[in-house]
Design a binder for this molecule. Structure first.
Ligand code: FAD
Ligand code: PYC
Length: 417
């Protein structure tokens, strides 16, 4: 693998940067693999990396119907935090935050993880009570989170409007200082490059169209647009299309898929120092390193597979942004897009074995799985390699919806859905 270092950058600079090689191979499918991952987003690529790195399973293929990172990994607003309510969630999301802290070094690839703080605004008494409850629960679990007065919130984020005479006044905020953002593409590329170096085949333009099962009912391979590929272990990590793929094996998932959209402004000088989320008025914002304001909205109210959202949803979000940050009223928006998010009834993910032997599922991350990427990938690889969950993901089963052991994170999931 080509290493990135100050020295290698300098050396390539002398050659006008003409000597860099592709960071991963364009692999073609082999007839058989020890494990197949369906879905080349951050979660799937990461799972392949940890299968190879931690579990020594290197004869692995990642099958991606489009291009890697072209799903929600490349469409999200990159907010990373672990301020969830339940003990199970705190363990899960903080596992991921801890992994983010070392990820650039682990992959020798700069994923631009920036712990600039995530601030959630309270606009009414319900918000205040709910956030304070989260703060107490988080602290018991060793997760940082603190309450700020409106003045302290403004000191942390100077563009914030704390005038009390507006439609949605800021009554306070919950701040997780270890939260922040990362560069989404770099996460997919970093995992792809590191997995490829360990022998994993990353196969783009390869859509899975069927799942084959043998006489015992166990999986035996996948049908794809590039032919039949055999494997006795298949991990599905396909976000908004998870239920479509699992249906191919006769497994029905408790998921609904909705469009979620985001937009970015023209780039400006650094003006916005942190991440601000307002769950009540459905808007969240940060500034990318290119200078664009990265703005996200709520989900559409209809299930759909169209990768764009309703215009009225984005309009509503921009109205909210203009009220919260009046100085941005004259900013122009450059582009908007949508992704399909897979939402479970309790807004928590599923990382688990399925009733079909050899078939594993990582889904239900809905509007909030980017933050979990390294943790989810690590735990999914463990579940596939050992055929049993890691203690951290043991509660995130499909069966919890049958047995009633919900991990209800509707409030912490943050985005309106
Ligand atoms: P994806 O990156 O979607 O990867 C799944 C892949 O599976 C796709 O590339 C897809 O093409 C592929 N696939 C599907 N069907 C097939 C098939 N039949 N065969 C082969 N491949 C297939 N999360 C946060 O934590 N913070 C945020 O700020 C945040 N903001 C968001 C904003 C928006 C607008 C959206 C849409 C999502 C946001 N999310 C956020 C959620 C987050 O993006 C996802 O939960 C996360 O990226 C899921 O990663 P993944 O690797 O599982 O999925
Ligand atoms: O989960 O933090 C989150 C999030 C922010 C925007 C979309 N999801």
């Amino acid at each position: 693998m080509q290493r990135f270092s100050a020295l290698s950058l300098f050396r390539h600079g002398l050659g006008r940067h003409q000597g860099w090689k592709p960071q991963w191979r364009q692999a073609s499918p082999k007839p058989t693999y020890d494990a197949i991952i369906v879905g080349g987003g951050g979660h799937g690529l990461g799972a392949a990396y940890y299968l190879a790195k931690v579990h020594g399973i290197r004869n692995v293929a990642v099958l991606e119907k489009g291009w890697i990172g072209g799903g929600n990994t490349g469409r999200n607003t990159t907010i990373i935090r672990s301020n969830y309510l339940f003990d199970e969630s705190a363990r899960l999301y903080d596992h991921a935050v801890k992994m983010w802290e070392g990820l650039s070094k682990e992959l020798n690839y700069n994923v631009m993880f920036s712990q600039r703080g995530v601030m959630m605004l309270a606009h009414n008494v319900h918000d205040i009570q709910s956030f304070k409850r989260h703060i107490h629960a988080n602290r018991i679990n060793g997760v940082d989170n603190e309450w700020l007065t409106p003045e302290a919130a403004k000191a942390y984020c100077p563009p914030l409007n704390i005038d009390p005479k507006v439609r949605y006044p800021v009554l306070g905020a919950a701040l997780q200082r270890r939260g922040g953002t990362a560069r989404h593409d770099a996460v997919a590329w970093g995992y792809a490059r590191a997995a490829d170096a360990l022998g994993v085949d990353i196969i783009e333009n390869c859509e899975v169209t069927g799942i084959r099962r043998d006489a015992s009912g166990a999986v035996s391979g996948v049908e794809t647009t590039r032919g039949l590929i055999a494997s006795r272990r298949i991990g599905v990590s396909a976000a908004g299309h998870s239920s479509v793929i699992m249906d191919m094996a006769g497994v029905r998932l408790p998921l609904e898929s909705y469009p979620l959209q985001a937009l970015v402004s023209e780039p400006v000088k650094p003006v916005f120092p942190c991440v601000v989320m307002s769950n009540t008025i459905h808007a969240y914002m940060s500034q990318s390193d290119k200078g664009e304001l990265v703005i996200g909205a709520g989900t559409d109210v209809y299930t759909s597979y169209t990768q764009r959202g309703g215009l009225h949803i984005a309009t509503h979000t921009l109205e909210a942004i203009c009220e919260l940050f009046p100085q941005f009223r004259r900013m122009r928006m450059l582009r908007n897009w949508g992704g399909i998010v897979d939402v479970t009834p309790d807004r928590s993910p599923i990382i688990a074995k399925t009733p079909v032997p050899g078939l594993y599922i990582n889904c239900g991350w809905g509007t909030g799985g980017f933050k979990a990427t390294p943790g989810a990938a690590h735990l999914f690889a463990h579940t596939i390699a050992r055929d049993e969950p890691h203690p951290i993901n043991a509660s995130f089963t499909m069966e919890r919806f049958r047995d009633g052991f919900m991990i209800d994170e509707a409030a912490a999931a943050a985005v309106a859905h």
